[in-house]
Design a protein around this ligand. Structure first.
Ligand SMILES: Nc1nc2c(ncn2[C@@H]2O[C@H](COP(=O)(O)OP(=O)(O)OP(=O)(O)O)[C@@H](O)[C@H]2O)c(=O)[nH]1
Ligand SMILES: [Mg+2]
Length: 289
């Protein structure tokens, strides 16, 4: 019998635990769904997030994730590519509540690509704010940093020395605002597309996309065990809380039954006493006749 069927069986036997069991069922179903590693991009709008995902999956025509020279991705888009699931998010600066929405979306993600266009210089205030939010939201920021790659995009638009300069600046900004290091990788989706279309290896190599792909796989391998362990821990915690909830409810019911039993005993003894009183009054009355 699979886990879901077993939970339904328990639900039938103990309807009192129905709400908690629904939560557990949902968690187990999500575990099934989340078996495939998920790779997601985050970052400011127009910094090249969607193009990087298209390059990673080998879509040379930018058809899978829409690309444009304006605010293009306005809602979270998810594409199942067989072995992996890719998730594109709107820019963290797109709407007021987007930071929170994006953070909620990536909280359970296997690999996060934080995309930044170095032509704009070091991290902008919106990106720094996002790092602050991460620091506040994660108990241990390493939990975020270890599965995040900081991707410098569109490097074809800058001289090599300039990319290096921005990279060093960003490295110290991340250390300052997040309190942890994040692996930084520079890429150009444009170079990758050109290299692939024109069969020019030098462009593919200089695009950094292949080594970004390798870095993503390395994180997935490293984190697979950790991820499974943390998901198992979540399920065990939920089961523990269901059991302690049931115990609490059982104790309360037991106390209620106790009170009712005492009331019943009191009622019986009162009735008995009254009967006795009536009987003896009748006896006395009879005697007096
Ligand atoms: N030169 C150059 N331009 C790029 C590169 N990657 C993306 N672009 C251009 O940058 C612009 C934005 O690219 P997108 O991939 O749509 O950026 P995005 O971050 O997904 O944007 P939003 O969905 O609006 O948040 C488009 O005009 C792309 O053609 C690159 O490697 N080099
Ligand atoms: Mg986009």
């Amino acid at each position: 019998m699979d886990a879901t069927k077993r939970i339904e069986e328990i639900e039938r036997l103990a309807p009192i635990a129905s709400e908690d069991l629904k939560k557990l069922k949902h968690l187990l179903e999500n575990m099934e769904k989340n078996k495939k590693p998920i790779v997601a991009t985050i970052g400011l709008y127009n910094h090249g997030k969607s193009s990087i995902l298209n390059a990673l999956i080998g879509d040379l025509d930018n058809r899978t994730f829409k690309v444009a020279d304006k605010r293009e991705t306005t809602r979270i888009e998810i594409k199942d590519m067989g072995d992996f699931v890719y998730m594109d998010t709107p820019g963290i600066d797109a709407r007021e509540d987007d930071d929170r929405r994006v953070l909620d979306a990536v909280i359970d993600i296997d690999v996060i690509l934080f995309v930044h266009n170095p032509s704009t210089g070091e991290l902008a205030s919106k990106e720094v704010e996002f790092l602050h939010l991460v620091k506040k939201s994660f108990k241990d920021v390493r939990d975020f940093a270890d599965r995040t790659i900081f991707v410098l995009s569109r490097i074809d638009e800058l001289k090599e020395g300039e990319v290096e300069r921005v990279k060093n600046k960003i490295k110290s900004q991340i250390r300052e605002y997040l309190g942890a290091d994040i692996y930084i990788k520079e890429v150009s989706a444009k170079r990758y597309f050109k290299g692939m279309k024109e069969n020019k290896n030098i462009f593919i190599e200089k695009s950094g996309i292949v080594s970004l792909r390798d870095a993503i796989f390395a994180i997935i391998r490293l984190n697979a065990d950790k991820m499974m362990a943390s998901r198992k821990e979540k399920v065990i915690k939920t089961i523990d809380s269901i059991i302690s909830n049931l115990n609490r409810r059982a104790k309360k019911l037991y106390e209620e039954v106790n009170i009712l039993t005492q009331e019943k005993q009191k009622f019986e003894s009162d009735v008995f006493e009254e009967l006795w009183l009536i009987n003896s009054t009748i006896e006395e009355y009879k005697k007096a006749l």
